[in-house]
Design a protein around this ligand. Structure first.
Ligand SMILES: *Cc1c(COP(=O)(O)O)cnc(C)c1O
Length: 435
């Protein structure tokens, strides 16, 4: 199976398709969620502090993650904002994060009137390069938001050492990385705070929702984090209840989301294990191909593959002559004579859906950054900092977005679906391989 036989004609050119059966599908929600929802309604309250569903959801989450304290919130974006607020990130502080991520990673930074600073990435894990993080630290730096992209862990050992050396808080963005592990420890339990999303596209869904872990294990820290998601109301301490010491949003989770979350958490391990097996199998099936770099996971890391993203050494797109092949050559032998667009189309014609690219450009090239314009009619808080947002700032991240191809990994896929994905990639890469 792993030989480079002369391929049959590409489906793109009229040959037989690799994928002849439909991909496996399934239902995410069943009677378990329905029963929990019914019970939530029967409580006659949907307020998290009066009902039992959000509390139970968190108790199960805490047991699974081995943490003492966590707070339920309305989204992953909210989780990150709450962690920043609890960490004391405020006006004019700089927060270092990844340029390949969801907008939700940076929203909370700017709502705290702090300044996002982007560090470059490792070429094949697509996660923060600790050396680049350290190089971007200034006297204003207050925190690092470490995004564990696509289910795979950052180099947390190096990041934690840097953070401790410079007295920075570490917030883990685990929105895409449920049950992801780094050297035996669960991502989200290593930094000061871990942030999770249960939006409808993540491993598990409550429609929208999120969780923040408070890893200090300190009760006062937990109470401050809890209050930051609830208008700074102090629900646990009657003495503090009357006063609002500083601004905090309302990011409460409702009992309906908590109810669905209880049922979804029961399915989490199975979902992550299936995705892990499938992602690892794809790497094993394509790692010998010329011109293709598989999705790498750190030594000692465990990925729950929210998606699978490979890189190719493609011919430059004629419309984009700057798309030179600056992929770290060490990890890739050989090259391909097709452009990324041609490869993607050929793979799709074989019946293997794929996306050439991920987000349209690195986060700092969105116009809100290029024009330093978070709030309409103002350059605040960008004008408090020298941070720059321009092409070339993170060359590895920019190269990743130019030459990556993204494949869906799904727990409902069958093992045969994964073999077909591998066979499709092998056929197209072998056809386009340069001798
Ligand atoms: C989804 C996501 C978020 C935001 O989560 P929401 O629940 O959509 O607000 C943040 N960071 C990353 C990396 C994500 O993928």
């Amino acid at each position: 199976m792993s030989t480079l036989n002369p391929p049959s004609a590409l489906a793109l050119h009229g040959g037989p398709k690799v994928k002849t059966t439909p991909f496996g599908t399934g239902r995410r929600f069943d009677e378990t969620e329905a029963q929990e929802l019914l019970e939530a309604l029967e409580q006659n309250t949907l307020f998290y502090h009066h009902g039992q569903k959000v509390k139970t959801f968190l108790r199960h989450f805490n047991a699974l993650y081995g943490v003492t304290y966590s707070v339920a919130v309305s989204s992953g974006t909210a989780a990150i904002h709450v962690a920043l607020g609890a960490a004391g990130v405020s006006v004019g502080d700089e927060v270092i994060t990844s340029p390949i991520t969801d907008q939700g990673t940076v929203i909370g930074i700017l709502y705290q009137n702090a300044i996002p600073v982007f560090a470059d990435l490792e070429p094949h894990t697509y996660n923060l390069d600790p050396r680049s993080v350290e190089a971007r630290i200034t006297p204003r730096t207050k925190a690092i938001v470490a995004v564990h992209l696509a289910g795979a862990p950052c180099d947390m050992h190096a990041l934690m050492q840097i953070a401790r050396r410079h007295n920075l808080k570490v917030i883990e963005d685990c929105a895409q990385s449920w049950l992801c592990r780094y050297k035996g420890r669960l991502a989200g339990t290593i930094g000061d705070y871990g942030c999770f999303s249960t939006n409808d596209f993540k491993h598990i869904s409550t429609g929208d929702g999120g969780i923040v872990t408070v890893n200090s294990g300190d009760e006062a820290d937990y109470h401050a984090t809890h209050a930051f998601a609830d208008k700074n109301y102090r629900r646990f301490d009657a003495n503090l209840r009357g006063d609002i010491p500083y601004l905090a949003p309302n990011y409460r989770m409702t009992e309906l989301q908590g109810a669905v979350g209880i049922a979804q958490l029961k399915k989490l391990a199975g979902i992550c294990e299936a995705r892990h097996r499938y992602g690892e199998r794809i790497t094993q099936g394509i790692c010998d191909l010329p011109g293709i770099a598989p999705h790498q996971v750190h030594e000692g890391g465990w990925s729950s593959y929210w998606f699978y993203m490979l890189r190719g050494r493609f011919a430059p797109e004629s419309t984009n002559p700057e798309a030179t092949q600056d992929m770290s050559a060490s990890a890739v032998r050989g090259r391909l004579r097709c452009t990324r667009a041609q490869f993607s189309q050929a793979l799709a014609a074989e019946g293997i859906p794929n996306t050439p690219g991920y987000i349209p450009h690195v986060v700092y090239l969105n116009s809100m950054f290029r024009r330093r314009h978070a709030y309409r009619g103002s350059h605040f808080p960008f004008d408090l900092s020298d941070a720059r947002y321009e092409p070339g700032l993170c060359p590895v991240a920019e190269a990743i977005l130019r030459d990556c191809i993204r494949l869906e990994v799904n727990e409902f896929y069958t093992p045969q679906d994964i073999e077909d994905i591998i066979a499709g990639i092998r056929k197209v890469a072998t056809y386009y391989a340069l001798p």
